[in-house]
Write a protein that binds this ligand. Structure first.
Ligand SMILES: Nc1ncnc2c1ncn2[C@@H]1O[C@H](COP(=O)(O)OP(=O)(O)O)[C@@H](O)[C@H]1O
Ligand SMILES: [Mg+2]
Length: 241
């Protein structure tokens, strides 16, 4: 097992049309079995960081390793999965077809143990919906489909960009149980969310971005010791305490 699942070093990025950098000198690591929150105000660079990790935009400065390999390599791409904040799903497919295509992209055998789409849908409160078109799914169901894909594929690194915002409470509980199992398997999660109580429950650490800079890397249990709240620590890190 590599020492880190994700290693971001001195990452910088400026959009062509922008006067200021969207990310500057961002450095952090995510270890095996770690669940790391990513927070920051709107526009602080969270999605830009995630898109760069997945090489959806060309890196301009710094280095990114996924499971010890350059993030552009085939090994890195097959080790990680990304759940975008805007549900960009092929609406002309059914949920089952989508998951089959996704599995194919990862070279995953859908006959493997645990690959039971019906059961997965039922656990997410979507019994009997896997053969319906994605275009007929609600916004929350589309998010649950994205999450189902990630939980079925069990990559070494799962990066979730706000996908847990807007799903029902039962689904959030399911996700917590999945994160627990992932941690046990040494798989890691980078979880971008504005839900601080969720992060208090599931995250080991929380990275705080402010205007493209990493201003804090908080150990959650340290921040909660003595009755502290994560939201207060994050606000303090943002200079709003
Ligand atoms: N395609 C783009 N072109 C130009 N600027 C962008 C683009 N996408 C994001 N930005 C800018 O980059 C900064 C970071 O945005 P983003 O990474 O989406 O933040 P977050 O996900 O934290 O809300 C913001 O100032 C935003 O306006
Ligand atoms: Mg975003």
């Amino acid at each position: 097992m590599p020492l880190t699942q994700l290693d971001v070093h001195d990452l910088g990025f400026t959009y062509r049309s922008a006067a200021t950098a969207a990310l500057s000198a961002v450095t952090f690591e995510v270890g095996p079995g770690e669940i790391v929150g990513l927070v920051g105000p709107n526009g602080s660079g969270k999605s830009t960081l995630i898109k760069l990790i997945f090489n959806l935009m060309e890196r301009q400065r710094g280095a990114i390793l996924v499971t010890g390999c350059d993030h552009r390599s085939e090994k890195a791409r097959s080790s990680a999965i990304y759940l975008p904040s805007d549900n960009e799903l092929p609406e002309f497919l059914t949920g089952r077809e989508y998951l089959r295509v996704l599995a194919g992209l990862y070279g995953h055998d859908t006959r493997a143990a645990g690959w039971d789409v019906e059961a997965r849908f039922s656990r997410f409160g979507m019994r009997g919906r896997c053969d319906h078109l994605i275009e007929d799914y609600s916004h929350g169901m589309q998010k649950k489909l994205l999450l189902s894909g990630a939980f079925l594929l069990q990559r070494q690194l799962t990066v979730i960009d706000e996908t847990l915002n807007g799903i029902d409470l039962d689904a959030v509980e399911m996700c917590k149980a999945e994160f627990h199992d992932m941690r046990g398997r040494g798989q890691s999660v980078l979880l971008c969310s504005h839900d601080f109580s969720l992060l208090e429950e599931v995250a080991d650490r929380v990275l705080v971005l402010r205007a493209g800079r990493l201003v804090a890397n908080l150990e959650v249990c340290t921040e909660l010791a003595g009755g502290g709240r994560l939201s207060h620590s994050v606000r303090a890190a943002l200079g709003r305490g």
